[in-house]
Write a protein that binds this ligand. Structure first.
Ligand code: SF4
Length: 331
């Protein structure tokens, strides 16, 4: 009996240790992305779009954690758009948001009926649905005075979009970690850009977020995206390190070794120009080694190539004079 108890204790300790490691890793990856792309600045009001899925819950949770210790001040407001899909459990998000004490707004707009009315039966509804959602969220960002709109897309979403654009759109284009919205008035940020989906899944389970299923609208899943996701997941299993290498490639683009005449002035290239360091020599075959499998260690080097900013959101908040001196004089 005591041996069983000992085993259970050891298991619980291991699970706690793994959970702490995971939390630390996600926190660091989010912090690095925020720093590398200057996503959040002093005084920002960050509107976190919360769908009820694992990604947006994780985003909100990690940002709230960073907000407590960051050396800069920023506020967070969570926003959920209730699109009136049949069966949407309206009480889940308000209950959760009340329980964690974050400022929030639930916006009710029946885009579901609009989409059903306008899109012919059997046609995919996502493009109109997301256009409507985007417009509403921009309006709400204005109403709330939000300076940044944070979305829960992660590293795998970015990679999948990269392949979708290449396979179906003939473009080398992914999903940027930071962009100006198409109406030109908002800054959209993706602080989970360095986070792996499988880590987010584990984190959502660990934190027991009340997940709302994402198939309430009855829309068909995007088959092309699903196929690309399976392809990348298969590579990840068979060739550890490949996914990390692909993501690094997105941060390490060499326009002189692609073929976009708009990006590099091939026509104006002259003999005597400096060769690109590390570029091909035109005759030798390049040799490639297998990428290193990902390091789970939290002290691993950050993924981004960009230099660290002087103020890091991962730094601790400086103590206020009253805290430092052990209390106010009350004068
Ligand atoms: S899956 Fe449903 S809710 Fe999501 S974008 Fe498509 S139509 Fe809209």
């Amino acid at each position: 009996m005591s041996e069983q108890l000992h085993d259970a204790e050891a298991k619980a300790k291991k699970a706690q240790f793994e959970g702490n490691k995971l939390t630390k890793r996600l926190r660091h990856q989010v912090g690095d992305a925020i720093n590398d792309f200057n996503m959040i600045e002093e005084g920002d009001r960050v509107m976190v779009c919360l769908s009820g899925g694992k990604d947006s819950y994780t985003l909100l949770d990690i940002l709230l954690g960073l907000q407590k210790s960051a050396p800069i001040n920023f506020s967070i407001v969570a926003v959920n758009l209730d699109q009136k899909q049949p069966g949407f459990p309206e009480h889940v998000l308000p209950q959760y948001l009340e329980s964690i004490g974050v400022e929030y707004r639930i916006v009710e707009e029946d885009t579901y009926s609009i989409v059903k009315r306008l899109v012919p039966e059997g046609k995919t509804t996502c493009s109109l649905c997301s256009r409507l959602r985007r417009g509403i969220l921009y309006r709400v960002a204005d109403e709330l005075g939000a300076t940044k709109i944070a979305l829960g897309h992660h590293r795998d979403d970015i990679l999948h979009t990269f392949f979708l654009n290449m396979f179906y759109g003939g473009k080398l284009k992914a999903m940027p970690p930071k962009l100006v919205s198409d109406d030109g008035k908002h800054m959209v940020i993706r602080p989970l850009a360095y986070c792996r989906e499988k880590d987010i899944e584990r984190y959502a389970t660990l934190r027991a977020f009340p997940i709302i299923p994402c198939n309430l609208c009855g829309s068909q899943p995007n088959l092309q995206r699903q196929v690309v996701k399976e392809m990348v997941n298969d590579w990840d299993k068979r060739f550890p390190g490949r996914v990390e290498s692909m993501f690094r490639a997105m941060q390490n683009v060499v326009p002189s070794h692609l073929a976009d005449t708009g990006l590099f002035d091939f026509a104006g290239l002259q003999t005597g120009d400096a060769p690109f360091e590390g570029g091909d020599t035109a005759f030798d075959k390049e040799e490639f080694r297998d990428p290193q499998p990902p390091v789970e260690d939290d002290d691993a080097a950050p993924q981004a190539a960009a230099p660290r900013r002087t103020i890091s959101i991962l730094d601790s908040r400086p103590k206020a004079p009253s805290e430092a001196s052990g209390g106010s004089c009350g004068a």
